[in-house]
Write a new protein. Structure first.
Length: 90
């Protein structure tokens, strides 16, 4: 079942992008480019949700209201990212 979450990407001073999903306890990753950061955070989010499900814990709903600290960032982006959970084998 696909899940859609708000993702924030911040361009750091060194040019890399930090990406995080606030609704998933700030599940985060980074990349050297915007597309790479999106791919990496998508993978991190899928693993995070898979872990929650494996432990029998609830998967949180999206929280579209986010605060972004721009103190040390030159730019930030907000995306909606849909992840698809891996099908269970068995």
């Amino acid at each position: 079942m696909p899940l859609t979450y708000t993702v924030v990407l911040i361009r750091e001073e060194d040019g890399r992008y930090t990406a995080f999903a606030p609704a998933l306890n700030d599940c985060a990753s980074f990349g050297h480019s915007l597309p790479e950061a999106l791919r990496n955070v998508e993978e991190a989010m899928a693993l995070y949700v898979e872990t929650l499900r494996d432990k029998g814990w609830p998967v949180p709903a999206d929280n579209p209201h986010v605060d972004v600290d721009m103190t040390e960032a030159s730019e930030a982006f907000v995306y909606k990212l849909t992840i698809r959970e891996a099908a269970s084998v068995g």
